[in-house]
Design a protein around this ligand. Structure first.
Ligand code: PLP
Length: 402
């Protein structure tokens, strides 16, 4: 057998990190990197944040897991805080983004079916969307690269073009239960929804009695400069999925909902063995302690403004490498003209980590605690990486221009 002991289902970079501090990551062999990937938007407060370390250490010495056979104090505290700071009335805890979305779709189906509408189970989703890797969620996202070899698709998802309200309305049938949307498509390439599109989906859901599900697994927890990205559009969803930044690096997800949407999620209808265990809740409550401080979101917006102001001219300067910059807050996409992997590789050589995405785009998802000095360092490395991409290209530079 030649298969590696770790299943080879990832195309991993040859880097092994040993420790992290704030926005920095260090390998055992002494290399250091500025982390503008944050574990794919997970390390929202950077690495080894003292308050998170303290909270997790203290909990680790007391109690790790009890199951959901019993009340969990940390769940009650976290749920109350999420409810107090969002549209939601109630929260279910799980371990990942995909599970949070599974709960969202199950809840939407049950909302209609418990009221006697047995045929209402279909969910409208947007092309280019990403909702996780379970069988149902690869069917919801419906990207060929994620479905390949995993047929048959789970029934009940209807794709429409992202951003097109007419197509969304045209896809509604008597079987439609809900509509799912990301405020900014993350994995799809940092493609923001127009606020008017989200407002239109809200109105459409109300008009046709559908539930509006927002997948804020990536956009939530301060990433865009508000606690939740739906706030920018001045609307509220009926159901929302969270994960990534919620635990600051500890695996935890949540499905938030209004009382109306969740009214049929009674005892025994849904569950998770690990979901919301005391360790996960200690981590997530520690994240909330920091994010709910009055100064936290204003400081995220201030540093995001600095990053946009400094990065925009660099992107404009490298016309052969970059097509555009897009996103919101500290969720930034650099759409490339050259293969994005070439740019990512040069960034890595400079000492900067970022993440690839669809639509030939690089995702910059720095920890929300980055400093202005780290912004300057990161932008300088992107500048040098773009220069190196053109210099190292086999093709004459003008081949890349449009
Ligand atoms: C990452 C992501 C998911 C899946 O989260 P997992 O924790 O990997 O299951 C779902 N939706 C969005 C928008 C994401 O960015």
């Amino acid at each position: 057998m030649s298969i590696s002991a770790v299943m080879p289902n990832y195309a991993r970079m040859d880097l092994v990190f040993d420790r992290g501090q704030g926005a920095m990551l260090y390998t055992a062999d002494g290399r250091s990197f500025l982390d503008f990937g944050a574990g794919i938007a997970v390390n929202a407060l950077g690495h080894a944040h003292p308050h998170l370390v303290m909270a997790l250490k203290a909990q680790a010495e007391k109690l790790w897991h009890t199951s959901n056979l019993y009340r969990v104090a940390g769940q009650e505290k976290l749920a109350e805080r999420l409810v107090a700071n969002s549209f939601a009335d109630t929260a279910f805890f799980c371990n990942s983004g995909a599970e949070a979305m599974e709960c969202a779709v199950k809840m939407a189906r049950r909302y209609h079916q418990a009221q006697g509408f047995k045929d209402k189970y279909r969910v409208i989703t947007a092309r280019g969307g990403f909702h996780g890797r379970t069988l149902a969620m690869i069917s919801a996202g419906a990207q060929e690269k994620h479905l390949d070899g995993f047929a048959p698709k789970v029934d009940g998802f209807d794709q429409v073009p992202f951003g097109n309200l007419n197509e969304a309305r045209a896809a509604i049938t008597p079987q439609t239960a809900a509509v799912v949307v990301e405020a900014i498509q993350g994995e799809g390439g940092i493609i923001p929804a127009d606020p008017s599109y989200l407002q239109g989906l809200r109105a459409m859901a109300d008009e046709f009695g559908l539930l509006l599900i927002m997948d804020e697994v990536q956009t939530g927890m301060g990433r865009t400069g508000k606690l939740f990205a739906y706030e920018w559009a001045g609307i509220t969803p009926d159901i929302m999925a969270l994960a990534k930044g919620l635990g600051g690096g500890f695996p935890v997800g949540a499905c938030l909902a209004t009382e109306r949407a969740a009214q049929f999620m009674t005892a025994g209808t849904h569950g998770s063995t690990f979901g919301g265990n005391p360790l996960a809740m200690a981590a997530a409550n520690a994240v909330m302690d920091v994010m709910l401080e009055k100064k936290f979101l204003p400081s995220v917006n201030a540093v995001a403004e600095q990053l946009w102001a400094k990065l925009t001219p660099v992107v404009a300067k490298h016309t052969k490498v970059f097509e555009t910059i897009r996103g919101k807050g500290l969720m930034i996409g650099l759409k490339c003209k050259v293969p994005y992997t070439d740019v990512l590789t040069q960034m890595m050589h400079q000492g900067l980590l970022a993440v690839g995405a669809g639509d030939n785009t690089i995702r910059l998802l720095p920890p929300l605690i980055i400093t202005e000095a780290e912004v300057d360092a990161g932008v300088a490395m992107i500048d040098r990486a773009a220069t190196a991409v053109v210099a190292s290209s086999q093709l004459p530079a003008e081949e890349f221009s449009e």
